[in-house]
Design a protein around this ligand. Structure first.
Ligand code: ATP
Ligand code: MG
Length: 142
């Protein structure tokens, strides 16, 4: 699936809609987000998490590798936000991320292409690209 958004608001609306499609599923659910700086990976994650009831504001995790947000849902216990911009797969292994990938969790990973060798089968890839206009983005889901 491929969609174009004209501005950040449309990307947020798309993230919310996608999150609602996933609420019925069972974990683990791994969303690998790829794309250049500023293409909207954090913007997407913020609205996706909000739609699942995360009240805390998700920040662009420049100095953070992994953050957990507990969910009040029967089928998913936590939402994890990871950013692999500064790290490689072995760093994630040290954080026992493989256990996170096995649990009833939703995991969103920015810069996931940097750690793809440790992502489980069934990972959903979402690619973000700049469009022609300044605020246009193309989002592709495999
Ligand atoms: N169509 C759009 N979709 C998403 N964000 C947009 C769009 N148009 C403009 N923006 C703006 O682009 C910026 C995207 O920043 P964001 O932090 O989400 O990107 P990112 O992919 O997480 O970058 P990084 O790789 O640095 O983590 C925001 O300031 C947002 O408001
Ligand atoms: Mg980001």
């Amino acid at each position: 699936m491929k969609i174009k958004t004209k501005n950040a608001k449309e990307t947020r609306a798309f993230a919310q809609k996608l999150a609602k499609d996933f609420v019925e599923k069972r974990g683990p659910l791994i969303l690998a987000l790829s794309g250049d700086l500023g293409t909207g990976k954090t913007t997407f994650t913020q609205s996706f998490a909000k739609a699942l009831g995360v009240k805390k504001r998700i920040l662009s995790p420049t100095f953070l590798i992994m953050k957990r947000f507990p969910l009040k849902m029967s089928n998913f216990q936590n939402l994890y936000h990871l950013d692999a911009y500064r790290i490689k797969a072995p760093d994630l292994k040290k954080l026992n991320v493989e256990d996170v990938f096995k649990g009833q969790n939703i995991v969103l990973i920015e810069w996931a292409d940097r750690v793809k060798e440790i992502l489980p089968k069934g990972t959903i890839w979402i690619r973000f690209e700049h469009g022609k206009g300044e605020n246009e983005r193309q989002i592709t889901i495999n």
